[in-house]
Design a protein around this ligand. Structure first.
Ligand SMILES: [Zn+2]
Length: 196
């Protein structure tokens, strides 16, 4: 049995899971971010306040608990991710954590203020939010690699469509509308996987 504790959240893996790539991911997070806590948003008073504030400001349109987000040394899980984490689905946990690990590194590199300013988007907050796209691109490429390590078919048309739609669709407020560029980022992610 291998156990990892991240703040209030613990992961305990039976022996048959010991070779799953998620174990290396958890170990690496523990080493690189020793203060890290993984917290379901619904269990954080601070995130409850953020949830209600954003819900009121956007007239009920933006539900913060739908998104997993990061802060310094914190990963706040969306309601659906929290359910999947509690069900110990190692492949999902691996993919989510590899994505969020990139953001934790970006927050450490840019500092919190610059990270969130970049996240708001420049030159525009929607359609051409280049700085937000540049934050999500490496995170989704890392997630793609994690999916591939979990033997998901990342070359399928379905996966590709889902991947690029994160950038041009509503998930991230129509972050980057030039689909040809996003397709290039997808191909770049695939090349990184095949080149090791
Ligand atoms: Zn992200």
């Amino acid at each position: 049995m291998i156990t990892f504790q991240f703040g209030p959240t613990s992961f305990a893996w039976e022996d048959y899971d010991a070779n799953h790539p998620v174990v290396a991911t958890l170990r690496q997070l523990k080493t690189n971010f020793p203060e890290l806590q993984i917290i379901p948003k619904s269990e954080s008073l601070f995130r409850r306040i953020v949830y209600w504030t954003l819900l009121i400001l956007t007239f009920g349109l933006f539900k913060d608990t739908k998104f997993t987000t990061c802060a310094k040394n914190r990963i706040y899980l969306s309601d659906s991710d929290a359910r999947l984490f509690k069900a110990y689905l190692p492949s999902i946990i691996h993919m989510v954590l590899r994505h969020e690990e990139v953001h934790l590194g970006q927050i450490a590199y840019y500092g919190r203020v610059e990270f969130y300013l970049r996240y708001l988007g420049f030159p525009l907050p929607v359609f051409f939010a280049w700085t937000r796209a540049m934050i999500e691109k490496p995170a989704y490429q890392a997630e793609m690699k994690a999916a591939w390590e979990c033997r998901r078919d990342v070359t399928s048309d379905n996966y590709k469509e889902q991947w690029i739609s994160k950038f041009y669709g509503k998930t991230y407020a129509y972050m980057w509308r030039h689909t040809k560029t996003v397709e290039k980022w997808y191909e770049e992610g695939l090349r990184a996987i095949t080149s090791g």
